[in-house]
Design a protein around this ligand. Structure first.
Ligand code: APR
Length: 231
């Protein structure tokens, strides 16, 4: 089976009802990155940061995967699908995708602020994480999220996947945040690249086929195209 590598961003989950970051009305219009998504924010006001992610977690509980997530899971019948997501939600997994690499962390995980940085699943019975919620060694738990200014531990794995892709698909990301945005350049020169987004994305390499549509409709189009090319 051909290897289909998919890079997804916030637009992938928009049709489920989760806000993107940089569209009009997006999260970074409502919150300042410096207040909620940097190591400094955490040191200054951890309660505010925890609260921001508690809200994100509550929203995630209230939404479902959209048809686009399910179409990606269905493509596993025809391709070896590997998803690299910048999203911290778990909608790909809930739709049935079996390989999902989270570049920017996961909302449903927390980790110790102690040296071991042990990672724990957030209990579905108590999805709020507050000041005083500690790891077994007594260190405060923090969101398992890659904040601005932090290293992206999974980037090498993502680069490796992208380089081995037979087909690369990019969905719902403004490609403004590095290093994730640089992955598009790791595809081999003859690898077809498809990009699904309802808005124009700037500075794309010349060999990208753009499907200017939302994730669900765009994936329907792409599925037809890919299966036609398979024959
Ligand atoms: N279907 C597909 N794409 C959509 C849809 C939709 N229904 N609606 C909006 N989009 C597109 C927008 O046009 C935009 O190009 O989704 C993209 C969202 O871009 P951003 O808000 O910048 O999100 P993303 O690229 O995922 O952000 C990257 O930045 O804030 C950090 O860590 C956070 O992972 C995030 C990273």
């Amino acid at each position: 089976m051909k290897k289909l590598v998919v890079l997804t961003g916030a637009g992938m989950s928009a049709e489920s009802g989760l806000s993107t970051f940089r569209d009009a009305g997006g999260l970074w219009e409502k919150y300042k990155i410096d207040d909620v998504a940097t190591p400094n924010a955490w040191h200054r006001n951890p309660g505010l940061v925890l609260d921001f992610y508690n809200q994100r977690r509550k929203q995630l509980f209230a939404v479902e995967p959209n048809p686009g997530h399910y179409l990606l899971a269905e493509l596993q019948n025809y391709f070896e699908v590997e998803i690299i997501t910048q999203n911290v939600d778990n909608l790909h997994e809930r739709a049935g995708s079996s390989y999902v690499l989270h570049l920017h962390g996961e909302l449903m995980k927390v980790r110790s602020t102690g040296i071991g940085a042990e990672v724990y699943e957030v209990s579905t019975d108590k999805i709020e994480v507050n000041i005083g919620d500690n790891c077994p060694n007594g260190f405060q738990l923090r969101p398992h999220i890659v904040w601005f200014g932090e290293a992206v531990p999974e980037i090498e794995k993502a680069e490796h996947l992208t380089t081995r892709a037979d087909i690369l698909v990019i969905i719902g990301t403004s490609l403004q945040v590095y290093p994730a945005a640089g992955l598009i350049h790791n595809a081999r020169p003859n690898t077809p690249i498809y990009l699904i987004d309802p808005h124009e994305i700037e500075n794309l390499p010349y060999n990208v086929t753009v499907i200017k549509n939302g994730a669900s409709e765009g994936l329907k189009e792409l599925k037809d195209l890919l299966l036609k090319n398979q024959k």
